[in-house]
Design a protein around this ligand. Structure first.
Ligand code: NAD
Ligand code: WQD
Length: 364
């Protein structure tokens, strides 16, 4: 674990071995940033970081540390000159969070509190936080707020969403305690999908995927029998719910835009704590995404209509105007491209990063 020293200013990426974090590290390196990754690998594997090094032809320092361990986390701040933090690390499964809420509160809140405490101690001011559209809850209760602007009242409906909501509040409170020093960007992601076009990094869910695209991908490579479409009796154009799917590479670029925005605040000696939706502004139904993915595969994958999934809402589409105006960021890639990139990742890595590990074990 060689730290980055002295004059090299770097971005500490928590959860950088995970799905969105790894794509953001790729983008950061491409944009000239030095990255340090910290991850406890509870939902990822080191293989993603190894591949990032191949992809970027760069050494990326990696710490296998749990953010909840304050002392271990402090070592990173001692060993490196950190300029900013992008905080992806957290548990993220909505259904699981309703079963083990305390684990979600402990992991997501304590990890974040430790990080903020250490940032204060080591004078690191810039912080980009992975929030989620889930903080809006069922925004359709405000019919004039679809697509959803950042001003829409928040109302998360599950423990996972509550952790994101609470962290947003903590950031606001901290900012209000010393408005000149903190620079906080809260990014509310809509539905990230797809993979890096290289086919080297992508989403690798453990167990049965909860999300639509990873599930379809596993059906397409024969790991699952069929897709269950959760309800086709919603009041939408084809009866299935609408989401704002965003290519993970576009999403990753949103973090660079946010960092640049915060840098600008530093130059002006101003503080900030502000939220931005990262979405495309275009909604797609489940069946539209299904068609798009089947187009990428070149085959109709089997599906069956099942009952509605508890907690699903009819429409979550972003109004991304604020990000466009202030961060000068907007999506460039569409659902078809995301499906094509997902299919490349899946065919080249049908078992995600996992098979590589099996092969390595046998080679030992
Ligand atoms: P992910 O699970 O692939 O990545 C999260 C990473 O954090 C994992 O590698 C995991 O091992 C690590 N981690 C978790 N707890 C940790 C801890 N205490 N200490 C150190 N590392 C820890 O998830 P992702 O999809 O890349 O999501 C990244 C962030 O974006 C999360 O905060 C998630 O809540 C948020 N988000 C994700 C989505 C989505 O649909 N993927 C949507 C909105 C927001
Ligand atoms: C999308 C659509 C399903 C699987 C979740 C979290 C949210 C955010 C993003 C973190 C829905 C349908 C799905 C399947 C299906 N994550 N579907 N069959 O629920 O919009 O958002 O991920 O912050 O907080 O809740 O995403 O991909 O699970 O579902 O029919 O096997 O696909 O009903 O309409 P969701 P999803």
């Amino acid at each position: 674990m060689n730290g980055i020293k002295e004059n090299d200013k770097s971005v500490l990426v928590t959860g950088g071995a995970g799905y969105i974090g790894s794509h953001t590290v790729a983008e950061l390196v491409e944009n000239g940033y030095k990255c340090i990754v910290v991850d406890n690998l509870s939902n990822s594997s080191y293989e993603s970081v190894a591949r990032l090094q191949i992809l970027t032809k760069t050494h990326i320092p990696f710490y296998k540390i749990d953010l909840c361990n304050y002392e271990s986390l402090e070592n990173i701040f001692e060993e490196n000159k950190i300029d900013s933090v992008i905080h992806f690390a957290g548990l993220k499964a909505v259904g699981e969070s309703t079963k083990i809420p305390l684990k979600y509160y402990q992991n997501n809140l304590i990890g974040t509190l430790n990080l903020l405490e250490l940032m204060g101690k080591y004078n690191v001011e810039k912080f980009v936080f992975s929030s989620s559209a889930t903080v809006y809850g069922d925004a359709t209760r405000f019919p004039n707020m679809i697509p959803i602007p950042e001003e829409c009242p928040l109302g998360p409906t599950n423990p996972y969403g509550n952790t994101k909501f609470t962290i947003e509040k903590i950031l606001n409170d901290l900012y209000n305690s010393n408005q000149s020093s903190w620079k906080f960007a809260i990014l509310r992601y809509f539905n990230p999908i797809g993979a890096h076009p290289s086919g080297l990094i992508g989403e690798d869910p453990l167990g049965i995927p909860n999300n639509l695209l990873p599930y379809m991908a596993q059906v397409a490579v024969g790991r699952r029998d069929k897709l269950n479409v959760f309800g086709n009796d919603y009041e939408t154009r084809d009866g299935t719910p609408i989401r704002d799917y965003i290519h993970v590479v576009d999403l990753a670029k949103g973090h660079i835009a946010a960092l640049k925005y915060l840098d600008n605040k530093i130059q002006k000696d101003e503080g900030i704590c502000r939220e931005w939706n990262l979405g495309s502004g275009k909604g797609s139904t489940v069946l539209e995404v299904y068609d798009s993915f089947c187009g990428a595969v070149g085959n109709k994958i089997p599906y069956e209509v099942a009952g509605r999934r508890a907690g699903d809402v009819i429409n979550l589409t972003a109004k991304p105007d604020r990000a466009k105006r202030e961060l000068e960021w907007e999506t460039k890639l569409n659902v078809d491209i995301a499906c094509k990139d997902l299919w490349k990742w899946t065919t080249e890595n049908p078992f995600g990063y996992q098979l590589k590990h099996v092969v390595e074990k046998f080679a030992e």
